[in-house]
Ligand binder design. Structure first.
Ligand SMILES: Cc1ncc(COP(=O)(O)O)c(C=O)c1O
Length: 392
């Protein structure tokens, strides 16, 4: 089949292919423990489900305004303004089916052929995929375990060039669980102040899943608010365990919001109406579901980090946020791809090779601890068994 040549530049998200392989093994009768997919295993809070059902019963079964229903855009503006200590108006908010379209739409709207985009590596693979797709050039800033998977400011500054148009930040981060401190953010803002022509896409989808300290957003820095040059990407998938509802948003300069809405009208028209009503209930209603989920993730984090530390050839630093551990596995003698395959095929533990997130992910695995403590314990046991049998 002859496809447009741009399709050769489009990447993918390995988590979905590993999930498919793991499901195929399950269909053959194998017991698989799923540590590959990045979604909370909790139910959406009951009051949010009820709001979505009520919206359907009340007849909210039609198209909505492209950028989202006004009540939701207002609720998002209020929430983002409060949590980041900034001014936000509803006209700066675009509601999308999940947070992912904000990556696609902002990169499409801002990046011309040959423009450079500075981004972390390892990182969520869709950033690189989208930049390549539109003909931009990704420039990677390595994240290393020694540095808590935070940027080295010198390397960050060195990555900027005359052609840099956009910088992508993601904290707390997928796949490393690393988080940028307030000092890190201030340092990056200091570097970027020299470059007022550069936009920042700040992927804050895990902002509520931070275990220690306060969340720091570059949008809170003087001159970096969403009215100026930061596009905040956030959403409901992780915070409210709503991955299947598809609800996310971007907060950005108003002229860009208009263009992003235009891209949405050219693709999916709008976000599902009932889902948007559920989103209002999530933001305006009780937050104890989020707090309970975070407390459980914290217990699981400590369990998995302690267990990984006992495995020979493996060392794992403590993730600061999200629900991923990113252990270094170089001491096992296996490459990350080899070990991820071995664990799935021989031990029935599905996880991702660090290389699924870029070349600086070599030597690491990503384990999502969005699974029960019991299953995490079992996975660690199975990993211990296999590593003691096949040690190189
Ligand atoms: C860093 C990061 N950003 C964005 C997303 C997209 O989330 P959504 O499901 O809301 O599209 C994910 C999902 O895994 C993610 O890990």
């Amino acid at each position: 089949m002859k496809l447009a040549s741009r399709m050769e530049r489009l990447g993918t998200e390995t988590a979905f292919s590993v999930l498919a392989k793991a499901k195929a093994l399950e269909a053959e009768g194998r017991g698989i423990i799923h540590l590959e997919i990045g979604e909370p295993d909790f139910d959406t809070p009951a009051h949010v489900i009820e709001a979505g059902c009520r919206a359907l019963r009340d007849g909210h079964t039609h198209y909505t305004p492209t950028a989202g229903i006004p009540e939701l855009r207002e609720a998002i503006a209020d929430d983002v303004a409060r949590s980041r200590g900034i001014d936000v108006g509803p006209e700066q908010v675009v509601v999308t089916p999940g947070g992912k379209p904000i990556m696609f739409f902002t990169i499409l709207a801002l990046i011309d052929e040959g423009d450079e985009v500075l981004l972390p590596n390892p990182a969520f693979p869709i950033y690189e995929s989208m930049v390549n797709f539109v003909g931009g050039r990704p420039v990677f800033v390595p994240l290393r375990q020694e540095n808590g998977f935070r940027f080295d400011p010198g390397e960050f500054a060195a990555g900027l060039s005359e052609r840099t148009r956009l910088v992508i930040l993601n904290s707390p981060a997928n796949p490393t669980g690393g988080a940028l401190t307030a000092e890190d953010i201030a340092g990056l803002a200091g570097i970027l102040r020299e470059r007022p022509d550069v936009y920042v896409l700040s992927d804050e989808i895990y902002s509520r899943l931070l275990y220690t300290g306060d969340f720091a957003s570059i949008s809170s820095e003087e001159g970096f608010g969403p009215e100026a040059r930061t596009i905040i990407l956030d959403g409901f998938s992780k915070t409210y365990a709503m991955t299947g509802w598809r609800l996310g948003y971007g907060v950005m300069p108003e002229p860009l919001a208009e263009e992003v809405a235009k891209l949405q009208v050219n693709s999916n028209s709008c976000t599902s109406a009932a889902t948007q009503y559920a989103g209002i209930a999530a933001l305006r209603g009780p937050q104890d579901g989020v707090d309970n989920m975070l407390a459980e993730f914290l217990a699981r984090r400590d369990l998995i980090v302690a267990g990984l530390g006992e495995l020979s050839g493996v060392d794992c630093i403590t993730p600061q946020g999200a629900f991923y551990a990113f252990p270094r596995i170089t001491g096992t003698g296996y490459s990350a791809d080899e070990l991820a395959d071995l664990l799935l095929d021989e031990a029935g533990v599905a996880c991702l090779s660090g290389t699924a997130f870029g070349r600086h992910g070599e030597g690491h695995l990503r384990l999502s601890y969005a699974n029960s403590r019991e299953n995490i314990g079992l996975a660690l046991e199975r990993m211990g068994d296999i590593l003691s049998r096949v040690a190189r």
